[in-house]
Design a protein around this ligand. Structure first.
Ligand SMILES: *Cc1c(COP(=O)(O)O)cnc(C)c1O
Length: 397
């Protein structure tokens, strides 16, 4: 039996446990943690039923009304699932165009180098979005390109890339789209009947609010069927995992049973909250309350509002000489909030996540904690250096 829980209760974490304002691992509900307090036999019918329910629920979140897609979970962190998707769905003679604007796009290129798959890239730097016209140009210029991959929310800056616009141009040009929707799926719409793609990947510890331990691929069944024999890796072969799971109801190799049990509770909570729509509403509110409060303290966001995701927000470090990020981090942690260092190359920044078991009340406390931390450091305004604002001015509106 999985634990019972009440919908939309935001229980404080256990005594002494900080809120994780990080985009996975993130703060989970007490009932999600509680689901891990028993052991499951991986072969047993009860666990096989849990795996089946999980796959079915994920397909529902993906809006697969016509049953054209299937869901294949795979052990490991999100990067394992990305590697599995690339290795399984890219035939050895394919060529993929990578739309890069941050660390996760870079990781995809690194993975393709390991896999020995031909690729080219459009690199937009730290935080500019790839747009349809430049994708069209790149595809026209190179007929060898068979696939395109885009990162849905590039978690390193928090930018929400225009996936719908990119999908349209990719298929208009007769190519195929793969999506890394790791940090967006379950909150930002990626319904298969609205946005066309061959396969997407996400993981347990992002917007569904489970704990880390596996990722999952949602792919067109025809694409799964055609993928036999593509993969370089035995354990990362999505086709083989799919075929075995459909035949036996089991995972190939030991599944993360406790993580799956926790994830199932998280999925039921996701549904009770109104699915992706309900979750998006809460995360958007979290972001708006937090960003408005931080701006009142003088902080500035890296991105203009048009590109801000409801997942995670990057702020410039204040210019004030007494501001020091590691001190700020420690002061925030002492108040119960773990924030995230920035990942930009040009200017210093930090990030605050909006996802996880938190609501606007918590976000107000985050802002209050930031205000107190600044005061303790002797920083009277959080305004960024002029160079940071110059950098932002390069962003097209
Ligand atoms: C979290 C994340 C990943 C996977 O990272 P892991 O650390 O391997 O879980 C991949 N892409 C994006 C966009 C992510 O946010």
């Amino acid at each position: 039996m999985l634990p019972h829980w009440k919908a939309n209760q935001f229980l404080a974490p256990a005594l002494g446990e900080p809120y994780l304002l990080t985009p996975g691992p993130l703060t989970t509900d007490y009932a999600v943690k509680q689901a891990m307090l028993r052991d499951w036999g991986s072969w047993d019918g009860d666990f096989r039923a849990m795996t089946a329910e999980m796959r079915e629920r994920l397909l529902r979140v993906a809006g697969d009304d016509k049953h054209e897609f299937d869901c294949v979970p795979i052990q490991g962190s999100g990067s394992f699932a990305v590697e599995a998707m690339l290795g399984t769905f890219l035939p050895k003679d394919s060529k993929i165009l990578v739309l890069m604007n941050g660390a996760y796009g870079q990781r995809i290129v690194q993975t393709l180098n390991y896999l020995g798959r031909a690729h080219s890239k459009i690199d937009k730097g730290d935080y500019l979005p790839p747009r349809a016209d430049e994708v069209a140009q790149a595809l026209d210029a190179d007929p060898a390109i068979t696939h395109v991959i885009v990162v849905h929310c590039e978690t390193s800056s928090g930018i929400l890339n225009p996936v719908a616009e990119i999908s349209e141009i990719v298929y208009a040009k007769g190519r195929k789209l793969l999506v890394d929707s790791m940090s967006a799926f379950g909150a930002v719409d990626l319904s298969v009947n609205k946005i066309r793609y061959e396969a997407m990947v996400s993981s347990a510890n992002k917007c569904i609010e489970g704990v880390p331990g596996f990722g999952f691929v949602i792919a067109r069944k025809s694409v799964l069927e055609a993928a036999k024999g593509n993969c370089h890796s035995l354990s990362l072969d999505i086709y083989e995992q799919w075929a075995t799971m459909n035949k036996t109801g089991q995972w190939r190799y030991t599944p993360p049973t406790h993580v799956v049990a926790a994830f199932l509770v998280a999925l039921r909570m996701h549904e009770a909250e109104g699915g992706a729509e309900g979750r998006l509403a809460r995360y958007t509110n979290n972001r708006d309350v937090m960003v408005e409060g931080m701006r009142q303290l003088g902080f500035e966001t890296l991105l203009r509002d048009r590109w801000l995701s409801p997942i995670i927000v990057t702020f410039f470090n204040p210019a004030h000489p007494k501001f020091e990020f590691s001190r700020f981090y420690d002061l925030m942690k002492a108040k119960g909030f773990i924030i995230y260092p920035g990942k930009l190359t040009v200017v210093d920044s930090f990030r605050v996540g909006c996802i996880g078991r938190m609501d606007a009340n918590i976000m107000r406390q985050v802002v209050a904690a930031a205000a107190d931390s600044l005061t303790e450091m002797g920083v009277d305004t959080a305004a960024p250096p002029a160079a940071a604002l110059d950098e932002r001015a390069k962003l097209a509106a």
